[in-house]
Ligand binder design. Structure first.
Ligand code: NAP
Ligand code: GDD
Length: 378
C-alpha cells in the first residue's frame, strides 16, 4: 500500500461499515468483524455521524512555535496532544506561560526527549495522525557552550521519535523542524531547498543530522516524513535570549526608565525574519500534501540586527545609537553572516505566503513588550 497517498487507514465497527460501503466514496480494504477504510487526511471528516477527528502530537508545545501551532490546529478541529518535560509540570506558571490559555483544550503527557521508553510509551497510548517535532535546544549561542547536550537532545530525540513511530504508527505523518542555520556559511543567495548545507554551530550540525534522519526514514521505510527549512521567525512569544526579543524588550524597558542600555554582539549579521504565526501554517500544510517533501519557509527579505534596532527604538521615538553598546561577549565563535530564503516552492505547492511585513513584526513585538513592562509598573 502507498503510505504517501493523502489518506489514512481507519478501523470502523461493522455497523458503521455497513452504512458506509454503499454511500461513501472510500476504498474498502477488508471486512471481517470490522472494516478498514482509507479516508482523506486533508480535513476532519464526518462519516455517518462519526466525527473523524484528527489527532496531532506536538513536541515542544510550550515553546514559541508549539503555542502558535496548537492554536492553529485547535482552530482546525484537531485533538492536540503535547509532550512536556516533567520539570515543566512542576512549574506550570512559568513553563506553561505560552499555552496557559489553552490548557483546558490540550492533552499533555510527561516525557523526555532523552528517553526512548518515555517517548515510546506516549506514542503507544495515543493513536496520533500527525506528529510535529518542534522540541529542541534551539538557542545557537548555547550550543557553543554545551554542544554535547544540544547534540544529544536534538539528534537522539529526533531519532527516538522516528524509531517509535516506525515501531508503532507508521502511518503517522511526521514534521521535522529544520532550520536555515543548516545553510550556515551560505553557498548561494537566496538559499533554496537545493542549496548545500554548511552548518557553523553544534546547533546547525544537530539540525542537519535531524534532517538527514527524517529523510532516511522517508526513503528507507516509506514513512511520510517532511522537513521544514524555516528561517528565523519571531513574535511577542519569542524567548528573551533571541536577539529580536532582547531588543524589543530592552527598548521598551529603556522607554519606561527600567533600563539604560542594550548590550549586543554582531550588529551586521543579516537575518530573514518572519512571524511565527505565519510559519506554523506552513508546517501544517506540509503534512497535508500527497507526498512528503522538504520546504523552505522564509519571507525573502533580509535585514541586519542594526536595522532591527533602528526600527524597534524608532517605534518608541528613541535613537538606538544612544543606547546600544557592542559587547564582545555576545559574539559567536563562528557566525552565520547572512541568511535569506527563497520560498517559491512553498508558495507554489503549499500556496503559503507570509502575511506579516518586517515593519509589522517589529511594531507588534515592541508594542507588546511596552504593554507588558508597563503592567509591572502599576
Ligand atoms: P523554543 O521557543 O526554544 O521552544 C523549544 C521547545 O523545546 C520548548 O517547548 C522546550 O520545552 C522544548 N525542549 C527543549 N529541550 C527539551 C528537552 N530536552 N526535552 C523536551 N523538550 C525540550 O523554540 P521555537 O522557536 O518554538 O522553535 C521550535 C523548533 O523550530 C525548534 O526545534 C527550533 O530549533 C526550530 N526552529 C526555530 C526557528 C525560529 O526562528 N524560531 C527557526 C528554525 C527552526 P521547555 O518549555 O520545557 O523548555
Ligand atoms: N541572541 C543574540 N543576542 N544574538 C545576537 C546578539 C545578542 O546579544 N547580538 C547580535 N546577535 C546576532 C547573532 O550573532 C546572530 O547573528 C543574530 O543576532 C540572530 O541571533 P538569534 O536571535 O540568537 O537567532 P539565530 O539566528 O542564531 O537562531 C534562531 O534562528 C534559527 C533559524 O535561522 C533560532 O531560533 C534557531 O533555533 C533557528 O534555527
Amino acid at each position: 500500500m502507498d503510505l504517501h497517498a493523502d489518506h489514512k487507514l481507519v478501523t470502523l465497527t461493522k455497523e458503521i461499515c455497513e452504512g458506509l460501503i454503499t454511500k461513501a466514496p472510500l476504498s474498502r480494504l477488508d471486512t471481517v468483524d470490522s472494516c478498514e477504510f482509507l479516508v482523506p487526511t486533508s480535513k476532519n471528516m464526518s462519516l455517518n455521524g462519526v466525527e473523524m477527528i484528527k489527532k496531532a502530537l506536538i513536541t515542544g508545545i510550550t515553546g514559541q512555535d508549539g503555542s502558535h501551532l496548537t492554536e492553529h490546529l485547535l482552530g482546525l478541529g484537531y485533538e492536540v496532544h503535547g509532550i512536556v518535560r516533567r520539570v515543566a509540570l512542576e512549574d506550570p506558571d512559568n513553563r506553561f506561560r505560552r499555552i496557559s490559555h489553552l490548557l483546558d483544550k490540550v492533552h499533555l503527557h510527561a516525557a523526555s526527549l532523552e528517553s526512548y521508553p518515555s517517548i515510546f510509551s506516549v506514542i503507544s497510548r495515543h493513536e496520533v495522525d500527525e506528529c510535529y517535532h518542534l522540541a529542541a535546544q534551539s538557542f545557537v549561542a548555547e550550543s557553543f557552550s554545551d554542544g554535547f547536550s544540544t547534540m544529544n537532545v536534538n539528534i537522539n530525540g529526533t531519532h527516538y521519535l522516528l524509531a517509535a513511530l516506525k515501531e508503532l504508527r507508521q502511518h503517522c505523518r511526521f514534521y521535522f523542524a529544520g532550520s536555515s542555520e543548516m545553510f550556515g556559511k551560505v553557498r548561494e543567495t537566496p538559499q533554496r531547498e537545493t542549496t548545500p548545507f554548511h552548518p557553523r554551530s553544534p546547533y546547525g550540525i544537530s539540525k542537519v543530522a535531524g534532517f538527514e534522519l527524517t529523510r532516511n526514514y522517508r526513503e528507507a521505510y516509506g514513512m511520510f516524513c517532511a522537513s521544514g527549512l524555516l528561517f528565523n521567525h519571531e513574535g511577542p512569544r519569542r524567548g528573551f535570549e533571541f536577539v529580536t526579543r532582547k531588543i524589543t524588550n530592552t527598548a521598551a524597558r529603556i522607554k519606561l526608565g527600567l533600563a539604560s542600555e542594550l548590550r549586543l554582539g554582531n550588529l551586521d549579521a543579516k537575518r530573514d525574519w518572519g512571524h511565527a504565526a505565519d510559519y506554523v501554517r506552513a508546517m501544517h500544510l506540509m503534512l497535508q500534501q500527497p507526498q512528503p517533501d522538504d520546504f523552505i519557509v522564509a519571507t525573502g527579505e533580509s535585514h541586519t540586527v542594526r536595522e532591527f534596532c533602528e526600527r524597534a527604538f524608532g517605534e518608541l521615538e528613541l535613537d538606538y545609537r544612544d543606547y546600544v553598546v557592542v559587547d564582545d561577549r555576545f559574539y559567536r565563535p563562528a557566525e552565520v553572516d547572512q541568511l535569506v530564503g527563497d520560498a517559491s516552492k512553498a508558495r507554489e505547492i503549499l500556496n503559503w505566503r507570509p502575511t506579516y511585513s518586517f515593519e509589522e513584526l517589529v511594531t507588534e513585538m515592541v508594542q507588546s513588550d511596552l504593554e507588558a513592562n508597563s503592567r509591572t509598573l502599576t
